[in-house]
Design a binder for this molecule. Sequence first.
Ligand SMILES: [Zn+2]
Length: 332
Amino acid sequence: MPLVNSKEMFEHAYKDGYAIGAFNCNNMEIVQAIVDAAKECNSPVILQVSAGARKYAKPAYLKKLVEAAVEDTGLPIVLHLDHGADFEICKDCIDNGFTSVMIDCSSKPFEENIAETRRVVEYAHAHVPYVTVEAELGTLAGVEDDVKVEFGKSSYTRPEDVEEFVKRTGCDSLAIAIGTSHGAYKFKPEQCTRDPETGILLPPPLRFDILDEVSKRLPGFPIVLHGSSSVNQEYVKIINDHGGKLVDAVGVPEQQLRRAAGLAVCKINIDSDLRLAMTAGIRQHFEEHPDHFDPRQYVGDGRAYVKQLVAHKIRDVVGSADVLDPVTKEFK
Ligand SMILES: [Zn+2]
């Protein structure tokens, strides 16, 4: 099966109450870890590439890696541009085989966001085959590659804006801000409460009231959550036990994401958690085997940790395990 766009995936996900994991990738081992986990779980998957990943690995390499993943697994895989800043980068990706793009003009005024999104949608939908477009309303706090928003500058999505925005842009899915945040330090300690037993920071809960209101206004329409790493403490502990120093890193609790996946949320973006798993595997390897110097040994351990993490996300968080027939790789 060739690369696919996100249309059919989201229809199934919406109807059956799960989401598709959208995992960021920027090298071969991360791509392999993600798709090997997806294959083991009989799950479709979205591989997404940010501007930073394009800079790091070069678009041609990333494209070929993802094509190799399709060939190797036979799974339905979307190659998605994460946070396209303008029409030009979206067009470049569409022209080079991406099957889905995000145009992120969420920091621009409403009318500008509509105009630029509309421009991308017209180009993407005229493309053969049809390329799906994700847009964003509302602003997430945090840091993700080139996207940086200070905590005070973030804003929740206004449900009263979503119908007009979707109608006028024609976008295929919409990322909204309900309290998720980019990066491994999603919330300041003063925004959180501290679990008295474990000492772990607990962030403010997601705004499910906004999600409910948005989905009432856009029945059946796929919603996207960015910044949805949970900063699993087992990986933070491995990192810190092996020479790392991550203090008060905090994410979105997985139960809240699971709940969102059962509602209108059809795509959940996870990046920082993969970085943490890779770092945990490599740090542990270095400390346990100070004589090793073959990158296949330590990067291989990192890859194994990322695979384990992605399998957990697919089974327990986004809930897309076993939605594909293991033989034909079609939706059941
Ligand atoms: Zn994002």
